[in-house]
Design a protein around this ligand. Structure first.
Ligand SMILES: Cc1cc2nc3c(=O)[nH]c(=O)nc-3n(C[C@H](O)[C@H](O)[C@H](O)COP(=O)(O)OP(=O)(O)OC[C@H]3O[C@@H](n4cnc5c(N)ncnc54)[C@H](O)[C@@H]3O)c2cc1C
Length: 464
């Protein structure tokens, strides 16, 4: 491509973190003709926020760590305010007939409540930090090209921990990995986990969980956007050309360019109508919507290589439900269910504001394609949990919210070993098409933004 052509017409599909960060970097490098098509009526993708009683809640992505340098830069630029995330607790449902459902998180992790047990665990954490620090060069470059040259890393995270005599830390890593929807430690490939659990993020996670976190500076801790993660992306979108409620019908790619057929809403005398099929020509396409291969194929003709690469990907079905709960206040803002419950039951309960009754429950669902039965069963579990805590779901009407996502697009360790990601890097730009999003780095917002920046600089800027 002619990198200096700042008038190139570029279409980005998806206004989640992947699409909006790609649009942001293109704009920063002087590209003037960038359009983002979003199928929903809002931006942010899995960064979804609501406001209740003048307080904001994140029902998707919620926290950032000091490692989120790209996101922090964007936050500074947009003036988005951050606040500390403080305190974490553990609970158990072993005794549902009453009594104290809590147990101390630190005791659970350290396997005891003596100073000796705590110290031993702290030393293990320090050993992880050192081991991860030594791997920093491998993780410096966004994406995974060349990772197959490190076969010792192309194993599951559970195996990597065992090989490094750190398996006791599994209890700790289950919190930011398994309970956050990234699968069990014997499922998730070690490179994803190691990138995500960087030294800075681990230290912030541990410090934030303590009570004295309120006395520490925010730059050392996990933080959240004061008005919600979605609102941060809304601010980012202010000076980007984002079109909402667009349904892409067909994408035709040729040497001449990309022809996109789509429907979009129009307003005619106060009514919103759907415009019947428009067609627009673009020079390049950036796909920023993590979809199943079958969904993508309905929209565009994938090449044989694209279809094969997409066919190797997997998702994890993950749901977040929220309710207003009376007579129940969590001791800390987040409570982890430990040991982890069976699939379909909440792994985390969060109550971001102690004076607000809205609580969110996070669960991995048992079905690959989330079903209504999963939703019903999750609600039953939540009712049971709330009762054990002495609370009650306040209104008998419907859920406050329920979102079930096919989340964490990823591949298995076998693909890592077989050079899967080298094949992706090779075809970025073929047919005037590029791909960004969690699959290409790891499904957390900073990794996605870093990869978007890397791709834009490599293909649209470098060597200008
Ligand atoms: C419950 C939960 C909690 C999380 N917590 C955190 C956290 O604390 N910190 C963190 O860093 N990450 C967190 N994440 C992960 C983070 O939200 C994701 O990594 C990130 O949102 C993925 O960005 P994306 O742009 O790749 O995809 P998405 O966020 O899924 O965005 C894709 C966008 O594309 C749109 N789209 C789909 N198909 C089309 C189409 N055909 N045409 C046009 N648009 C389309 C979608 O509507 C969506 O807006 C969390 C995720 C979940 C589910």
């Amino acid at each position: 491509m002619r990198k200096s052509d700042r008038n190139a017409r570029i279409l980005i599909l998806g206004a989640g973190p992947g699409g909006l960060s790609a649009a942001h970097y293109l704009r920063r490098y002087g590209y003037k003709n960038v359009t983002v098509f979003e199928k929903l009526g809002r931006v942010g993708g899995l960064c979804r926020s609501v406001t209740e009683d003048n307080q904001s809640f994140d029902l998707g992505a919620a926290v950032i760590s000091p490692e989120y340098r790209e996101i922090l830069k964007m936050a500074r630029r947009t003036g988005a305010r951050l606040e500390k995330v403080i305190g974490a607790e553990a609970f158990s449902m072993a005794n549902e007939t009453g009594g104290e459902p809590y147990h101390r998180l630190l005791d659970y992790l350290a396997g005891g409540s003596s100073w000796g047990a705590y110290l031993r665990y702290l030393l293990l954490c320090l050993r992880y930090l050192w081991t991860r620090f030594l791997l920093r060069e491998v993780f410096r470059r966004p994406g995974w090209a060349g990772i197959d040259l490190h076969p010792e890393l192309c194993v599951t995270f559970a195996v990597w921990l065992k090989n490094n005599r750190l398996e006791e830390l599994g209890r700790l890593f289950e919190l930011p990995i398994t309970t956050f929807g990234y699968g069990n430690l014997d499922e998730i490939p070690a490179p994803y986990a190691l990138r995500y659990i960087s030294p800075l993020s681990l230290v912030a996670f541990l410090l934030s969980a303590t009570r004295f976190a309120r006395f520490l500076p925010g730059v050392l801790l996990l933080r959240r956007f004061r008005y919600g993660f979605q609102r941060f992306w809304e601010k980012m979108a202010w000076d980007l050309n984002v079109r909402l409620n667009v349904e892409v019908k067909a994408i035709k790619r040729s040497d001449q360019g990309i022809t996109v057929t789509y429907t979009h809403p129009v307003q005619i005398i106060g009514e919103q109508l759907t415009h019947t099929e428009d067609k627009t020509q673009f020079d390049y396409l950036i796909v920023a919507c993590p979809q199943l291969k079958e969904t993508l194929e309905k929209m565009m003709d994938l090449t044989k290589e694209e279809a094969w690469l997409q066919s190797r990907t997997e998702f994890i079905p993950y749901a977040v439900a929220s309710f207003e709960i009376a007579d129940m206040v969590l001791k800390e803002r987040v409570a982890f269910h430990l040991p982890l419950p069976p699939l379909g039951e909440p792994m985390i309960i969060s109550q971001p504001h102690p004076d607000n009754e809205l609580m969110a429950f996070y669960a991995r669902l048992p079905s690959i394609e989330p079903t209504e039965a999963d939703e019903r069963r999750l609600r039953e579990h939540i009712e049971r949990y709330v009762k054990a805590f002495g609370g009650r779901i306040k209104t008998d009407d419907d859920w406050h919210s329920y979102d079930a996502w096919l989340y964490f697009k990823h591949v298995s360790v076998e693909e890592f070993r077989a050079g899967y990601y080298n094949r992706w890097e090779k075809i970025q730009g073929d047919n005037r098409t590029f791909y960004v999003g969690g699959l290409f780095d790891f499904d957390y917002v900073e990794g996605i933004a870093r990869y978007s920046r890397f791709l834009i600089e490599k293909h649209f800027v470098e060597g200008d």
